[in-house]
Design a protein around this ligand. Structure first.
Ligand code: ZN
Length: 340
């Protein structure tokens, strides 16, 4: 009851990369960098286990950014000549690579860290990949000329890697689709369909994470323009409820998402965001249990997973560690409070 999991990313140690940045530069290269990525992955597996989490991830220590970590391994992309592009409907500018030719995987993308993580935890292992729509929103198209066509091309590549991750022993494959909360109509029209292409043939658990972004200033400012009620999920959840995707991760604590929207995910496992990633204030176990109690009005107990609102990548290690502990302790308290 009330399994605990994180959305995906965790802060990178200062010896691995620049800290508290979304696109941090690595501090070394070559075999040294590979070893450092492995060390950071192991460190966070241990920290998640020690905190008492039930579902463990690699903390995305081996990728610079949640989208570009995948895109770097795709042929047909010019990664050298990046261009500045407004992303998430121009919410903020990013340096993005350009799609210049038909897309093809160069080989495995995440074998190294997935196999490493699998070897070092006996708990459920979740692995994250960017969703097709979010990738399309984070690269510049100079080739396809059609968003949906390009999304489907990326979805095929994601599917290839997802099936390989499953063979590596990953238990849950989660696609991150923050773009669903920006282009709600597109998400319902073709985003969910693209996601199903990416998840085609998987027999492990499948998940999607939809959020209002990392706790960076551009996102915090944007949230202030969204009004008292954030109803973006309302447009996407019905399409997701009909899809084959089994788990949905959403923001809850400290958001303006009306909690009753969770009802739209009937039959799905709901990863309820009980930890705020836009604030360094550490939640108390009581607050976490309260949020779980609120979600219980709309999500059956057996379908409720306690999670973070989004990734913790841009935060300090100390804060992230304390939030992992609050998550586990809050879920334990909720089990006492609400368990039969
Ligand atoms: Zn997120």
């Amino acid at each position: 009851m009330f399994e605990t999991a994180i959305a995906g990313s965790l802060p990178k140690p200062a010896w691995l990369a620049e800290t508290e940045k979304l696109w941090p530069q690595w501090t070394m290269q070559g075999p040294e960098l590979q070893q450092a990525k492995a060390d950071a992955t192991l460190l966070w597996i241990k920290a998640q286990e020690d905190a008492g989490l039930d579902v463990i991830g690699d903390g995305e220590q081996a990728r610079q950014h949640f989208v570009h970590g995948f895109v770097e391994q795709v042929e047909g992309i010019d990664f050298v000549n990046k261009v500045t592009m407004g992303i998430r409907n121009n919410r903020y500018d990013a340096q993005v690579p350009q799609v210049v030719a038909p897309l093809r995987l160069k080989g495995r993308v995440h074998a190294f860290e997935a196999q490493l993580a699998r070897k070092h935890t006996k708990k459920k292992l979740k692995f994250t990949l960017p969703g097709p729509m979010t990738i399309v929103d984070t690269v510049a198209d100079r080739f396809y000329g059609d968003k949906v066509k390009m999304a489907m091309a990326f979805a095929e590549l994601l599917n290839q890697e997802a099936l390989a991750l499953q063979a590596d022993g990953v238990d849950i494959i989660q696609f991150d689709e923050p773009a669903f909360n920006v282009y709600m109509q597109d998400a319902a029209d073709w985003g969910v369909a693209a996601l199903e292409v990416a998840a085609r043939g998987l027999t492990c658990t499948t998940a999607v994470h939809i959020c209002y972004g990392y706790g960076i200033k551009a996102n915090v400012d944007w949230k202030q323009t969204l009004g008292d009620q954030w109803r973006q999920y309302e447009q996407v959840f019905p399409a997701l409820a009909k899809s084959s995707i089994q788990q949905v991760s959403l923001e809850c604590f400290q958001s303006h998402v009306p909690p009753e929207l969770m009802q739209l995910l009937d039959g799905k496992d709901v990863m309820v965001g009980v930890i705020d990633v836009a604030s360094d204030v550490i939640e108390t176990p009581q607050q976490v249990a309260d949020t779980i109690g609120l979600a219980l009005k709309y999500v059956p107990m057996k379908h409720l997973i306690a999670c973070t609102n989004c990734g913790l990548a841009p935060m300090s290690r100390e804060v992230a560690m304390a939030k992992l502990e609050a998550l586990a302790q809050g879920a334990a308290l909720a089990r006492q409070r609400y368990g039969s």
